[in-house]
Design a protein. Structure first.
Length: 122
């Protein structure tokens, strides 16, 4: 997802990953954000995001940010959270299918504590 590849940090990154593209035409990019996110934007943050996008795309552009209560598509952050939850659920399903887990359940009534299943970075 482009928003994660811009090299932004802090508040600028949070704003970028919580936005969706409304339109891009003739080097004019319009992003939509929820109103409470847009309230966090100041001129410095706007310029930082604009420069990061322009640098990544290799173009000069103007950036317009607009508020919208309900976004029609997932933001990059929402997509990332959904993907993590899908991976977590797949891991839970795989654990439940393990022979040893099924044997422990049958012999002792053992139950998997789903909240204990967490991704471990290796």
């Amino acid at each position: 997802m482009l928003a994660y590849e811009l090299g932004l940090q802090g508040l600028a990154q949070e704003i970028a990953i919580n936005s969706v593209v409304e339109s891009y035409d003739q080097n004019h990019l319009c992003l939509k954000l929820q109103p409470e996110i847009l309230e966090l934007v100041n001129a410095t943050i706007r310029e930082e995001i604009t420069q990061a996008i322009a640098s990544k795309l290799g173009v000069s552009l103007t950036l317009d940010l607009r508020a919208q209560d309900q976004l029609e598509v997932e933001t990059p952050q929402q997509a990332g959270i959904r993907e993590q939850e899908e991976q977590r659920q797949a891991a839970i399903d795989a654990i439940r299918q393990e022979d040893i887990v099924q044997k422990l359940h049958q012999a002792f009534g053992a139950e998997l504590v789903e909240s204990s299943v967490k991704k471990v970075d290796v």
